[in-house]
Design a protein around this ligand. Structure first.
Ligand code: TYD
Ligand code: MG
Length: 456
């Protein structure tokens, strides 16, 4: 059993090979393989298993730490789990440091917290804290890039929370590569995870997403951590959305909404209509839908533009929606509603920078496409939602009643919905048109005064 095979590890990509080679077989880098003795092969003492019998005392756990931001706690499903590791990704400048300084200061009111900033000096973090009017004696700020040094400090202070801003600036002495290299990102994150799991502290790691680094950055670390959060926004918007893409402690279908203000990020308590800032005159190609992205009904404006193709192959561009889904919808309306766009460039945009993953936008997208093609504006007080099938049928979506209620609360008067979503008794003041096929839906959307004849 006591074999001690040498293993050669690439300092640039972390790939392993059993013999030394001049070029790493994984990433093609030259002279990057270093010998490392595989340590785990020796006969190790047996690990102790813990029985999960009902009522067994499992230790760990403990109270979740409220972050002080209800929207963030909502995404985390009830606050920060002690000993857990959270990765917060997002574009540079989106507000990661701002949010985490606010959270660190809040937690520091009751428990010791360390904010390790490799990007900014202590003075800069201090100035920001003043600007945000957050000050807490229990919050220790350190400008340090050495992973071990940070963890030693956290252990000495017995901190309950550690913020690493950012993982791209952290370095571990056990790896030769420079900060930000793939092996450094992996090794530092692994060290942080080991520390957290041995009862150290909850750790929040900031990871920048760069244009080319979407893969080389936070994505590489997702499997190591417990929870992965991403910041989303649209250029120029003050709203910020926090989405969980992974959470070992709860479901991931909630979104948290924030607004960037002069004094930091403020949570948006009722986000239903924050993305609705439409032109006073209805424009062709624009429609409002009620989505349930993120566990709450949200009114969102969808915009479509179809334009005669200039040259080559027609373009299909989808912002905030799945481009493959758009291609499918184009085929469905071509075949089942006689709307032919093979000779057109097609652009679809979700206003507000939110990514929509549910299928309830199918019906409003095709109505917006038809509206742009005909150059006929839809009534401003119309909302639509519903899924489309390949045979042109309009399928029901979950939470139909809730969507209709929110549309009514926000002042919409007409709703175009799948037949199976039509309520027996619509909310007062809302006329509901139930449709079964895409052809029916387009006919209903473009008949004059669709408030007149209710289908139900
Ligand atoms: P920051 O948290 O530094 O972004 P990140 O850490 O994700 O790179 O946020 C920087 C932006 O936020 C910057 O453009 C200024 C703006 N901001 C405000 O609008 N108000 C504030 O109170 C603060 C602290 C920053
Ligand atoms: Mg920052």
């Amino acid at each position: 059993m006591a074999r001690l095979n040498p293993v050669f590890v690439c300092t640039s990509c972390g790939g392993e090979s059993l013999k030394w080679q001049g070029q790493c077989p994984a990433c093609g880098e030259w002279n990057s393989l270093e010998e490392r003795r595989a340590s785990g092969i020796r006969a190790a003492p047996a690990a102790a298993a813990v029985s999960l019998a009902p009522g067994a005392v499992l230790g760990g756990g403990g109270e979740r730490l409220p972050s002080g931001q209800a929207e963030l706690d909502r995404v985390l499903r009830g606050g920060i789990v002690p000993g857990s590791v959270i990765l917060l990704g997002g574009d540079p400048g989106i507000g990661k440091s701002t949010l985490l300084l606010q959270v660190a200061a809040h937690v520091a009111a009751t428990r010791p917290v360390i904010y390790a900033s490799g990007e900014e000096s202590v003075a800069q973090v201090g100035l920001r804290a003043q600007r945000l009017s957050v000050a807490a004696a229990g919050l220790g700020v350190v400008s340090e890039t050495d992973c071990q040094a940070v963890l030693t400090l956290v252990a000495a202070r017995q901190a309950a929370l550690l913020v690493i801003d950012s993982i791209q600036t952290l370095q571990s002495g056990s790896v030769a590569a420079g900060a930000g290299a793939v092996t450094q990102l992996r090794e530092c994150t692994a060290e942080l995870v080991r520390f957290a799991k041995s009862g150290g502290a909850a750790i929040v790691i900031v990871g920048h997403v760069t244009k080319e680094g979407a893969i080389a950055g936070p994505k590489l670390l997702e499997h190591l951590v417990d929870t992965v959060l991403y910041f989303e926004t649209e250029a120029g918007s003050r709203y910020r959305i926090v989405r969980a893409t992974k959470n070992r402690f709860g479901a991931v279908n909630e979104l948290g909404f924030f607004a960037m203000t002069g004094t930091g990020l403020k949570e948006v308590k009722n986000p239903a209509a924050i993305f609705l800032a439409r032109a006073p005159q209805p424009a062709a190609g624009s429609i409002v839908t009620v989505t349930r992205e993120g566990g709450r009904p949200l009114l969102i404006e969808l915009q479509a533009l179809v334009d005669r193709m200039r040259f080559g192959a027609p373009r299909r561009i989808a912002q905030g929606l799945d481009a493959n889904r758009l291609a499918m919808l184009l085929a469905v309306i071509n075949r089942h509603a006689g709307v032919a766009l093979q000779e057109h460039d097609v652009f679809v945009n979700v206003v507000g920078g939110i990514q929509i993953t549910e299928t309830a936008t199918d019906l409003p997208v095709v109505i917006a496409l038809a509206s742009s093609l005909k150059n006929v504006a839809l009534p401003a007080q119309l909302v639509a939602f519903g899924e489309l099938g390949l045979t042109g049928e309009v399928r029901p979506v979950p939470y139909g009643d809730e969507r209709l209620r929110e549309a009514q609360v926000q002042g919409f008067r007409v709703a175009l919905v799948p037949r199976d979503n039509a309520p027996r008794k619509p909310p007062a003041g809302l006329t509901v048109h139930a449709v079964s096929t895409v052809a029916e839906a387009l006919a209903a959307a473009f008949t004059r005064a669709p408030g007149g004849a209710s289908a139900e």
